[in-house]
Design a binder for this molecule. Structure first.
Ligand code: SF4
Ligand code: SF4
Length: 278
C-alpha cells in the first residue's frame, strides 16, 4: 500500500490541538450539512506533494461528509437504501478526477502482482470496449464531472446502454472499496434501490451532496496545472495515467494545495465552511 500522505483527515477533530509541535499545519473546518455542523480537521506536513498525494485526504473527507448527509436524510425520515454490496450503480459512468487517476494507477501497481494484473486486465478490456463504441463527438478526456450539464447526461445515457459493469467488481464486490473513486462515495439515492437498475423505468432520486470533494479536486488540479477541468471515465483511468505520466511527477507545496482545496470547498454556496484555526 502507498504511504505518501502529506495531508490527512484526523479521525477526531479535537486532535488538532496536539499537532503544531511537529511542524504540521492544521486546518479546522466546520461544514453545515443540512442544518447541522460537521467538524473536520486536516493535518498537513510541510513539503512538496504531487496531485495524487492529496487524494487520500479528499477521499476521507468526501466519505465523512457523504455519510453525515445520508445520516441527516435518514433522521428526516427519508429512506436511503445505499449500502456496501448494493451494485446497480456500478454499471453507471464513474468520472474520476486527474489526481484520482494518477493515484489509482499507483495503487494498482503497488498491489500484489496477481491481483494487480487481474484488475489491470479487466480495466483494459473495459477501456477497449468503450473506445471501440464511443461516438466520435464525445471527448474521452473531457468528461463533465458529476453535476455537469446536458453533455454529461448524454454521455451517461450512452454509457449505461453499454451494460458494462465496473472492471473493479469481482464476485459482486468492489475490490477497490477502500480506494474507490470519490464519485462512488458521493453517489446515493433516496427511495428504492430498484430505481438504480439501468434496465428499470423509474428515475433514481439522486442525493445532491451539499459539498462535492470530487468537483473541488478536479478544479484544484486544473488550477495548479493551469488547464481545463478534466474528468476521466473510470475504466479509462489507467491508460490515461500512463499516457500522462510526466504530469504525475509535478509537485507543489502541500500546504498550498490544501489551502486551495479548502478555499474551493468554502465556495460551495449551500454549505458554510469555517477555517476555525490554521
Ligand atoms: S445508488 Fe442505488 S445501486 Fe448504488 S448503492 Fe445506492 S441504492 Fe444501491
Ligand atoms: S469502483 Fe467499486 S464502488 Fe465504484 S463503480 Fe467500481 S465497483 Fe462500484
Amino acid at each position: 500500500m502507498l504511504e505518501s500522505r502529506p495531508a490527512v483527515l484526523l479521525e477526531n477533530h479535537n486532535q488538532s490541538g496536539s499537532a503544531p509541535d511537529c511542524g504540521m499545519e492544521t486546518f479546522s473546518l466546520e461544514v453545515d450539512i443540512l442544518g447541522k455542523p460537521v467538524h473536520a480537521c486536516i493535518n498537513v506536513t510541510p513539503g512538496q506533494a504531487r496531485l495524487s498525494d492529496i487524494v487520500p485526504l479528499a477521499r476521507a473527507l468526501s466519505a465523512k461528509l457523504a455519510m453525515a448527509t445520508l445520516e441527516r436524510l435518514r433522521e428526516d425520515g427519508n429512506s436511503v437504501p445505499c449500502c456496501k454490496g448494493c451494485l446497480a450503480c456500478c454499471s453507471y459512468l464513474v468520472p474520476v478526477s486527474v489526481p484520482e487517476a494518477f493515484r489509482l494507477a499507483e495503487e494498482l501497481s503497488a498491489m500484489p502482482s496477481k491481483e494487480g494484473r487481474n484488475l489491470l486486465q479487466s480495466s483494459l478490456e473495459a477501456a477497449s470496449r468503450i473506445l471501440a463504441q464511443m461516438p466520435r463527438d464525445f471527448d474521452k478526456d473531457r468528461l463533465v464531472p458529476t453535476g455537469g450539464g446536458n453533455g454529461s447526461n448524454r454521455l451517461g445515457t450512452w454509457y449505461a446502454g453499454l451494460r458494462l459493469r465496473c472492471p473493479f467488481l469481482s464476485d459482486n464486490l468492489c475490490v477497490t472499496y477502500d480506494q474507490r473513486p470519490i464519485a462512488c462515495r458521493e453517489h446515493a439515492v433516496t427511495g428504492s434501490a430498484r430505481s438504480c437498475d439501468v434496465e428499470g423505468t423509474d428515475e433514481p432520486d439522486v442525493v445532491k451532496m451539499p459539498v462535492s470533494a470530487l468537483e473541488c479536486l478536479g478544479r484544484l488540479a486544473a488550477e495548479l496545472e493551469q488547464s481545463d477541468v478534466e474528468a476521466i471515465m473510470l475504466p479509462l483511468a489507467l491508460p490515461w495515467a500512463e499516457e500522462n505520466a510526466e504530469r504525475s511527477n509535478r509537485t507543489w507545496s502541500a500546504v498550498t494545495m490544501v489551502e486551495k482545496f479548502t478555499e474551493m470547498l468554502q465556495e460551495t454556496d449551500k454549505v458554510q465552511i469555517r477555517p476555525a484555526n490554521k
